[in-house]
Write a protein that binds this ligand. Structure first.
Ligand SMILES: Cc1cc2nc3c(=O)[nH]c(=O)nc-3n(C[C@H](O)[C@H](O)[C@H](O)COP(=O)(O)O)c2cc1C
Length: 213
């Protein structure tokens, strides 16, 4: 049984001194980080940028699960799930958490073992995964999209959705002085095992997060 603990995340900020243009110009994939804990409000801001609700829809179809979000999604079907593997995040015990967009909360899932090292091993030993303060792990429930769009959903839409969300992470992270890197090279089976992913979820991206040196 997973222990169930829900963490209310700090509310997102809608202003900053970094323009979108500046973030677009300067964003890079960052693979080495300052050895400092990630602030919880910064992690919360990045999760909101990735997949936060920006327009609540209370009476809409079930699949909306709360409303429209920061990232576009084919058919507003939102196939992605976002986990956080915490190594060094202020106020959070190391371990695995899952982001809930609807309530802007994190659900604590597991803390056994050194998940940062295990995830790095699963990512073919990429050291930025281990040396980050935390990692976002994206998975997708393809079925949410293929139910409506069939092969086109599988071959195109789910990964297009992922790209939109991940770019939001790059830009938001940059504006907070945080570096990230889209990591697509990993052993699927090993990431599944480390994350204890349900059968219906496919791991797609790992995004390490840490302050830029
Ligand atoms: C689909 C995809 C997969 C990637 N996988 C990895 C990876 O496994 N490891 C890594 O260090 N960088 C990975 N990258 C980052 C690219 O190497 C990086 O975006 C590219 O070198 C351009 O650099 P920039 O992002 O700083 O502009 C990936 C990027 C994409 C879009």
């Amino acid at each position: 049984m997973h222990s169930i603990k829900t963490i209310d995340l700090p509310a997102p900020q809608y202003n900053s001194t970094t323009s979108v243009e500046e973030a677009l110009k300067n964003r890079r994939s960052i693979r080495s980080f300052h050895d400092a804990p990630l602030k919880l409000e910064h992690l919360a801001q990045i999760l909101w940028a990735a997949y936060g609700i920006t327009q609540k829809v209370d009476s809409g179809p079930n699949y909306l699960r709360g409303g429209l979000r920061t990232a576009p999604s084919a058919g507003a079907l939102y196939p992605l799930e976002i986990y956080v593997v915490c190594g060094d995040v202020e106020k959070l015990t190391a371990g695995i958490y899952k982001y809930n967009s609807e309530n802007h909360t994190l659900k604590y899932i597991a803390a056994k073992d050194d998940k940062m090292s295990q995830l790095s091993k699963a990512a073919l030993g990429q050291s930025h995964v281990k040396n980050a303060a935390a990692n976002l792990v994206y998975s997708a429930i393809f079925e949410r999209t293929t139910r409506k769009y069939g092969q086109r959903g599988k071959n195109r839409y789910v990964c297009m959705d992922l790209g939109h969300s991940a770019e939001n992470v790059y830009l938001q992270a940059y504006s907070l002085g945080i570096g990230t890197c889209a990591v697509g090279a990993f052993n699927d089976k090993s990431v599944r095992e480390v994350m204890n992913l349900p059968e219906k979820e496919t791991p797609l991206y790992i995004m390490p997060l840490g302050y830029i040196k």
